[in-house]
Design a protein around this ligand. Structure first.
Ligand code: F6P
Length: 327
């Protein structure tokens, strides 16, 4: 069967995520095996506007699996959301014979991709963000690696908190969502996990469990705060003020976005990249590739942008009987 596209572009946009390189590799390799040319677009939508294009052959993506970050660079591009910027980007695609664009990133990336599709350039989105906050998919590339990085660092913090009998307040990323904080908090056995999806009652959610823990002989505590539920500095100050326990704040920050991608991210990124190219080859345009259950599926991009992702209630529900009961 003839391919519906002959030449495609690929870009990464928004915050980087471990596994983006595996996705780029899969897009390029799958395109080459299907007889489709692939063009790398640098610095996300800036590159589309500036026509910063670079042909990618199969050998250009050698040795990428274990590399964090993105070889295509990434950016957040406000110019793209103005009519003039999108028009120029679409014209550049047409001029360069780019039939469709694979956009790897998060929500902002998909809004840009949807706008590009309205200007006549077909798109496919691949969800990649450590926040795991894309509604149409249960998993976004980079999440597992970021969770593991945060947990490894909290494990180290715990050693020193134990020695000094302190409380460690750790702020993790996640933008406006608490998925990262919830998983990291559970995996590190935190005393409390504060997330933006749930209003915090300082007395019952924090002070009481810390005081009770203290009475029961516990000498050190870990409190995980999602950046969207912060500021964590305020949480730390309140714990000190209301419990008298010496408290230290650690903002993990951008370290969570770096590092060698773990197997889950490498494999899901590869499956998503492969699926994106097959959709384009079949003329199935303007979709987001999703990973639900154990399968890659796809959702119309406009529908995907209208969905909202709630908290994983099943996971949240176990907190009361595991984290809380062990305070
Ligand atoms: O979306 C990924 C993310 O790391 C969020 O968790 C965080 O809020 C944001 O990006 C930080 O963005 P920047 O790197 O632009 O400071």
């Amino acid at each position: 069967m003839q391919n519906a596209v002959n030449r495609i572009g690929v870009l990464t946009s928004g915050g980087d995520a471990p596994g983006m390189n595996s996705a780029i590799r899969a897009v390029v390799r799958t395109a080459v095996s299907s007889g489709i040319e692939c063009i790398g677009i640098r610095r996300g939508y800036h590159g589309l506007i500036a026509a910063d294009f670079n042909p990618l052959e199969a050998s250009d993506v050698n040795g990428l699996m274990d590399r964090g970050g993105t070889i295509l660079y990434t950016a957040r591009c406000n110019e793209f959301f103005k009519e003039e910027g999108i028009q120029r980007a679409a014209d550049n695609c047409r001029y360069m014979g780019i039939d469709a664009v694979v956009a790897i990133g998060g929500d902002g990336t998909f809004k840009g991709a949807a706008a590009l599709s309205k200007h006549g350039i077909p798109v496919i989105g691949i969800p990649a963000t450590i926040d795991n906050d894309i509604a149409c998919t249960s998993y976004t590339i980079g999440y597992d690696t970021a969770c593991n990085t945060a947990v490894e660092l909290i494990d180290k913090l715990r050693d020193t908190m134990k020695s000094h009998e302190r409380c460690s307040v750790v702020e993790v990323m996640g933008h406006r969502a608490g998925h990262l904080a919830l998983y990291v908090g559970i995996a590190s056995g935190a005393t409390a996990i504060l997330i933006p999806e749930r209003e915090t009652n300082y007395e019952t959610d924090l002070f009481e469990p810390i005081r009770n823990g203290r009475l029961g002989g516990r000498t050190h505590f870990t409190v995980v705060v999602a950046e969207g539920a912060g500021p964590a500095s305020e949480v730390a100050a309140k714990i000190k003020e209301h419990t008298g326990i010496e408290t230290r704040l650690t903002v993990l920050g951008h370290v969570q976005r770096g590092g060698t991608p773990l197997v889950r991210d490498r494999v899901i990124a590869t499956r998503m990249g492969h699926s994106a190219v097959h959709l384009l080859a079949q003329g199935k345009f303007n979709k987001i590739v999703c990973f639900n259950g154990s399968k890659c599926t796809d959702v119309d991009i406009d529908d995907a942008l209208n969905m909202t992702k709630g908290l994983d209630e099943d996971v949240y529900a176990i907190l009361n009987e595991t984290v809380v009961a062990n305070r």
